[in-house]
Design a protein around this ligand. Structure first.
Ligand code: ZN
Length: 151
């Protein structure tokens, strides 16, 4: 899983293994060591803290789909592989991130998350829609498409 901090995503090069920091606004990044083009992030990314979240959603040039979850929540665990499918199928179109509301309670509080899983779409630094409850990948994709189209 790629790491995230308040300056970008940290992506391991599939060719040489070098870890590269890719800024949030970069559309095509190359590996600093071997210069191959790094593939778009194709997995959900865990948000480590509110700083990184704010930096990401404030700068991202593509929609960011946020899954608010917690480790003790069994519907959250059910939806995790569905989100992984969505992230893989939509690499380069939108980014899927996960906010563990136990680890980063500040974000759950700020967005008034009452039940988990809750999935929200952010674009241009703002939330443009949300839905609650576990659902299959196709339904998550339909929710994101509908939300982005309506915003
Ligand atoms: Zn490389």
């Amino acid at each position: 899983m790629p790491d995230l901090d308040n300056r970008g995503l940290i992506v391991a090069c599939p060719s040489c293994g070098q870890k590269n920091r890719v800024g949030f606004t970069v559309r095509e990044a190359r590996c600093g060591a071997c210069k191959v083009v790094l593939p778009a992030v194709a997995e959900p990314v865990e948000v480590p803290d509110a700083d990184a979240f704010d930096a990401l959603v404030g700068a991202a040039t593509r929609p960011v789909v946020v899954d608010f979850w917690a480790p003790w929540c069994s519907p959250c665990r059910m939806v995790a592989p569905e989100l992984a499918r969505v992230a893989a199928a939509n690499a380069g179109r939108f980014l899927v991130v996960k906010v563990n509301t136990d680890a980063v309670p500040e974000l759950g509080d700020r967005f008034g998350i009452r039940s988990i899983p809750t999935m929200a779409v952010f674009r241009g630094g703002k939330e443009i829609g949300r839905t609650a409850g576990a659902m299959p990948a196709q339904q998550i994709e339909a929710f994101v498409a509908r939300t982005v189209a309506a915003a």
